[in-house]
Design a protein around this ligand. Sequence first.
Ligand code: IMP
Ligand code: MG
Length: 179
Amino acid sequence: MPPSALPGAVTPLIPADALAERVTAMGREIAAAMPGDVTMVVLLKGGFVFAADLLRALGVAGVDARVEFIRLSSYGSGKESSGTVVLIGPMPEGLEGRRVLIVDDIADSGRTLSYVRQLMLDAGAAEVRIAALLDKPSRRVIPVPVDFIGFSVEDRFVVGYGIDYAEGYRYLPFIGVVE
Ligand code: IMP
Ligand code: MG
């Protein structure tokens, strides 16, 4: 990208080639653990770039995954979560008996993932697994089983590869830290 497009306040943390390599490997790990039918349930908005690459990594690994999306309450425009998770928008249909892979950008407090996990179980999913590109284990408040993790990171506020700060920076092809 041209140097002018690099925001000065973002320090690179995980380069694009490392993301690509790890997501490809996650596709193989998930394919081995979930052979056969898989329905990805992607958490919007932050999970969409990761999910697009993971879908193709799963395909390369031999899994023809279905894709559904759900949108939840987010951080708003600040850096701190409100602590309340709310479903905004429609709930995917036809999850009864399906093997669901929840796909999110970051496992932080765990509130979002544990809420969605219960939502999937209530919808009658036969199996629920969770894939998160990033994990911040030191931030966990609600325990939740994250089955597939891309990278564990420190308690820093990150952006890029679909992850935003005040709706910006999602376009970055790498993960960076906002100072
Ligand atoms: P949780 O419910 O506290 O686990 O929040 C998870 C969500 O918070 C993630 O899916 C992100 O949308 C958001 N989030 C957590 N940490 C960051 C960050 O460092 N940058 C941007 N968004 C974040
Ligand atoms: Mg999110």
